[in-house]
Design a protein around this ligand. Sequence first.
Ligand code: FEC
Length: 296
Amino acid sequence: MTTAVVLMAYGSPSRIEDVPAYYADIRGGRPIRPELLEDLVARYRRLGIEESNPLNEITEATRAALEAELGLPVFTGMRHWTPRIADAVEQALAGGATEIVGLVLAPHYSSLSIERYRAQLEAAVGGRAELAFVERWGDEPGFVALLAERVLMFQKHKPHVVFTAHSLPARILEEGDPYRDELLETARLVAEAAGVEDWSFSFQSESPTGEPWLGPDILDHLDELAAGGVTDVLVCPVGFVADHLEIRWDLDVEAAEKAQQLGLRLERIELPNADPAFITVLAGLVRGATAVPSRS
Ligand code: FEC
């Protein structure tokens, strides 16, 4: 068996001029209101993403470190941008892979998230190799410990910890989707490992699609916390692992501005990005999905 890994991520435009095509891919052919596109372009521009995108460098660093750790070829495949998941599969097969391990850089399962990565991966492989897929990993002890360690770095002011993740349309709950439960379980495990009792959970990054999304949204939640007498907040994103738009804009700009208006001190933990401790977690997930031996 020759194994290769396809490491999947949401994807991000390489340059500012890619934003319209990227957004069109996210919308999957459904119409886009021009003002929403303008707003999205403006967000990338305000973050300095013009000719290159630092997130893609983080993803490449993660890929290279995982490859070195596993001693196996690792190919990056994006759900909404290039290199596509299908490109990664073709590279793996061209290199002689007879088994492909699919791992998504998002810890919690949803039919609107992980299942869509899986569908793209399966369609691309088309039965040409064995497929092992990591479906969820939000309760992975190494991941929980890494987040807990980062939460513990901010205990000086004994902040109220708000765990966050990307919202999704609320209809997923009626469909029995485990997404919210899995997120709450990660939050509970991290709080327990860090010995934090004063915590809550909120969603972020809701899209204006015209239907209700899971809440509370972080901005409303900050209002509630301030009204309840909280003065120090630490945000710990559990559904994201890298510094992308949803972190650098929705938290570092929008939530930070809101906190300032409310007179709240707001800090957030560093995301795992390509931290060696996180690479160890990812390598463990790949090994757990297949028979790849440990190098040490
Ligand atoms: O840094 C970047 O350039 C990309 C950041 C990015 C990440 C991300 C993660 C998730 N999304 C999830 C669900 C949805 C659903 C819609 C949706 C829309 C957008 C838009 C942008 C965007 N998402 Fe995203 N998402 C990122 C970026 N996302 C840009 C479109 C403009 C906007 O709404 O601001 C709604 C689609 C629709 O219109 O029908 C649903 C989920 C995740 C976390 C799991 C994962 O990473 O895959 C769930 C990162």
